[in-house]
Design a protein around this ligand. Structure first.
Ligand SMILES: CC(=O)[C@@H](O)[C@H](O)COP(=O)(O)O
Ligand SMILES: NCC(=O)COP(=O)(O)O
Length: 248
């Protein structure tokens, strides 16, 4: 089991594209946001090419593939269309996520335990082209064990329930669930990432969990960037995360 004291920040730029798609303009360009994020200390750039194309477009992914200095974490649902696109662009990292057309955002983790054969086939296919595959799952031992069984080297624990928790008791319970998931994931030999719904007021407790490799954060960063600019939003978030991890 390895535990690292270094924690990485993956910047999700989906919602820069949301603003662009709202009016069908050419701006704001998520590619510019990605380059600014890298300059401000992002360790990687995350994009989710949704089946309904509500934010990120193929054009964004293709341009990012050419210009990123760090690495792309490409989030996708398991469909033949996405598998073929991933094989074409070969991102460094791929995170397989559940997707439903009507959802406001990704509402739960992938049910790996319930569809092992299908997910194993996707992991095998994407690993063959050199991508490091992670599975976006709830912090649940059954799903974590299944993720190991299907051969994924990494998981990303869904922190949405922690982010949505209302009372201090609920927050503590959900945080413990994530921390237990991280510890269990490490015992399974997995790289453990986390993300969803993290913001400037709830990120420190998660960053303080020992053994997390990377936090993926998007919506809150884009929102804060409206007021302070993208580079400042990223560097503030990175400083918070590194300070919390160093204190833990
Ligand atoms: C998988 C995940 O948690 C995020 O990438 C999320 O998909 C962000 O985009 P949406 O807000 O479209 O869900
Ligand atoms: N995988 C989670 C992610 O990339 C960012 O989610 P959010 O911060 O936009 O909720």
């Amino acid at each position: 089991m390895t535990t690292s004291t270094r924690i990485l920040l993956g910047v999700n730029i989906d919602h820069v594209a949301t603003l662009r798609q709202a009016r069908g303009t050419r701006y704001p360009d998520p590619v510019k946001a990605a380059l600014d994020a890298e300059e401000a200390g992002a360790d990687g750039i995350t994009v989710h090419l949704r089946e309904d194309r509500r934010h990120i477009q193929e054009r964004d992914v293709l341009l990012l593939k050419d210009v990123l200095q760090t690495r792309m974490n490409f989030e996708m649902g398991i469909t033949e269309e996405m598998m073929a696109f991933a094989e074409r662009i070969r991102p460094a990292h791929i995170c397989l996520v559940p997707e439903t057309r009507q959802e406001l955002t990704t509402e739960g983790g992938l049910d790996v335990a319930g569809q092992e054969a299908r997910i194993k086939a996707a992991v095998d296919r994407l690993s063959k082209i050199g991508c490091e595959v992670s599975l976006f799952i709830d912090a649940d031992e059954r799903q974590i064990e299944a993720s190991r069984r299907v051969g994924a080297p990494a998981i990303e624990l869904h922190t949405g329930r922690y982010a949505d928790a209302q009372t201090p008791t609920e927050v503590a319970e959900e945080l413990k669930r994530v921390a237990d998931g991280v510890a269990f994931g490490l015992t399974q030999g997995l790289i453990v990432n986390a993300g969803h719904g993290l913001h400037y007021h709830n990120v420190e407790a998660v960053a303080a969990i020992k053994g997390i490799n990377e936090l993926n954060i998007g919506h809150a960063l884009v929102a804060h960037a409206l007021f302070v600019g993208f580079k400042s939003a990223v560097s503030e978030m990175k400083a918070l995360i590194l300070a919390a991890a160093a204190k833990a």
